[in-house]
Design a protein around this ligand. Structure first.
Ligand code: HXC
Length: 259
């Protein structure tokens, strides 16, 4: 079925797919259908051998202004439990291919959380990152208290979560939340550029390396090192490792096939 709230371009650039949130009037507020569409598109692109990296973008004005407040407003705790929206978020988190958020304008609440669920963030100068849920009597629920704290540290995360105040793109870059900040006209192109350079690598190695970096957030050092080592060994089972090292020795560019 054609999605209603997103646009999907499997080959927006060679080997790079684009998912664009497309609910402009509502500043890309994340209703359940939109989130289901994002998760379904990611699952499909994750299976597509022609795709090696994925860019997730909003518009220039808004990446996403948060979960859809109008949809949530009247719900009870049990409604929220039964809707179980976080299964969708968990499925997004399990995307195996490198996922890059291209953020311009508002990235608030669930919007900030969605950007942080991605592996890297390219921001435009106008990007604003915030967890304003406290101002509407709730709190982050899709990883905000955990990922923001790991990214920018306790003091700054606590201030953002408890006051609802946003930080600018420049502050986000200074504190390590985003990879880079570019002029507003260039944020999407810069995200494609970054995705394109990842897409040139061995997708097998990229998948195992992504898994290993993510493990650093989930476990203690000894187990993380053990996990990394196993994945490192596993890359030696791939044709891509043989090709990559042969290409180095033969002084030619590597041609990675993804096996
Ligand atoms: C539903 C939203 C929305 C949201 C904006 N809109 N954000 N609708 N949910 N999160 C709608 C507005 O109601 C309005 O529609 C239209 O988008 C334009 O917004 P305006 O407020 O008129 O624009 P502006 O004055 O420029 O202000 C932009 C803004 C503000 C600062 C981003 O809209 C705002 O504060 N939005 C809410 C941000 C927020 O609290 N996010 C966290 C949500 S809770 P109409 O039709 O009324 O004109 C959350 C929890 C996540 O994310 C938990 C896990 C999933």
């Amino acid at each position: 079925m054609t999605p209603e709230f997103i646009l999907v371009t499997p080959q927006a650039r060679p080997r790079v797919a684009l998912i664009q949130l497309n609910r402009p009037k509502e500043l890309n507020a994340l209703n359940l259908q939109l989130m289901q569409e994002v998760a379904a598109a990611l699952r499909q692109l994750d299976q597509d051998p022609e795709v090696r990296a994925i860019v997730l973008a909003g518009s220039e004005r808004a990446f996403a202004a948060g979960a859809d407040i109008k949809q949530m407003a009247g719900r009870t705790a049990i409604d929220m439990l039964l809707i179980d929206q976080f299964t969708i978020w968990d499925s997004i988190r399990r995307t195996t291919k490198p996922l890059i958020a291209a953020v311009s304008g508002f990235a608030l609440g669930g919007g900030c959380e969605l950007a942080m669920t991605c592996d890297m963030i390219v921001a435009s100068e106008t990007a604003q990152f915030g967890q304003p849920e406290i101002r509407i009597g709730t709190m982050p629920g899709a990883g905000g208290t955990q990922r923001l704290t790991r990214a920018i540290g306790k003091a700054r995360a606590m201030e953002m979560v408890l006051t609802g105040q946003s930080i600018s793109a420049a502050e986000a870059a200074q504190h390590g939340l985003v990879n880079r900040v570019v002029p507003v006209g260039q944020f999407l192109e810069e995200a494609f550029r970054l995705a394109g350079s990842v897409a040139q690598m061995s997708p097998v190695a990229a998948r195992l390396a992504k898994e290993s970096v993510n493990r650093a957030f989930e476990t203690h050092l000894d187990e993380g090192l053990h996990f990394e080592r196993k994945n490192f060994y596993l890359t030696f089972a791939s044709d891509d490792q043989k090709e990559g090292m042969a290409a180095f020795v033969e002084k030619r560019p590597a041609d990675f096939k993804g096996r």
